[in-house]
Design a protein around this ligand. Structure first.
Ligand code: TYD
Length: 196
């Protein structure tokens, strides 16, 4: 079996984690070996990013771009590429499209983000679970405290617009997240099946 690299994108609260788990179960039932992973990672760069996200300290957006890209390169080398070489299907929550959507909404240019991520492997499939900023926020508010990005509804709205802009170029497929869970999962499975 040849390995595959699939990335799942969307606002916090769009249901990424739930759907990744369901996709993994479905793929494993068919005999595929699956690795579920996410960014920012729990590695040293990811940990630093998480401290920035909870507002512990502030950095210029250029540093944000570089740190997310560095965390990603480490993730690729240590987790993603070895799994793909091993014939596994990698389901990654967030990837380069997160950096384009979030960091350009926070003042970075698209060129800056693309340059920092120029060596990042292209996914076989990238999917956006699209929900409104309001719907996403109301979902996470019920579960936990919000981080600095999540508190900012204007930022979340901008991120969604950026995601939809990327989707219009065709590199990011869209699944409507405001449908019943089974329907969202079925739409995701249809897209995944096409790249297997
Ligand atoms: P998130 O998926 O919420 O991670 P966790 O569930 O482990 O807390 O990601 C945290 C935040 O990081 C989220 O608001 C989006 C942001 N982010 C970026 O701004 N750029 C990026 O490149 C990535 C990967 C995430």
């Amino acid at each position: 079996m040849s390995g595959k690299f699939i990335t799942i994108e969307g606002l916090d609260g769009c249901g990424k984690s739930t759907h990744v788990k369901l996709l993994a179960d479905w793929l494993e039932d068919q005999g595929y070996k699956v690795v579920c992973t996410d960014e920012p990672t729990d590695g040293p760069m990811g940990k630093l990013l998480k401290r920035i996200l909870i507002g512990e300290f502030k950095v210029p957006v250029e540093v944000e771009v570089s740190l997310f890209a560095a965390d990603r390169m480490q993730h690729l080398a240590g987790v993603i590429l070895p799994a793909i070489e091993d014939g596994k299907i990698v389901l990654n929550e967030r990837y380069v499209h997160s950096s384009i959507a979030y960091q350009t909404s926070r003042g970075a240019t698209k060129q800056m983000v693309e340059k920092a991520n120029e060596h990042a492997l292209k996914p076989d499939l990238a999917v956006l679970i699209d929900v409104s900023a309001e719907a996403a926020l109301s979902r996470i508010k019920k579960e936990r405290k919000l981080d600095e990005f999540e508190k900012d509804l204007k930022l979340q709205r901008a991120v969604r617009r950026k995601y939809l802009g990327i989707a219009r170029t065709g590199v990011l497929k869209v699944v409507k997240g405001n449908q019943p869970l089974e329907k969202v999962q079925a739409n995701l499975r249809d897209l995944v099946a096409k790249v297997l």
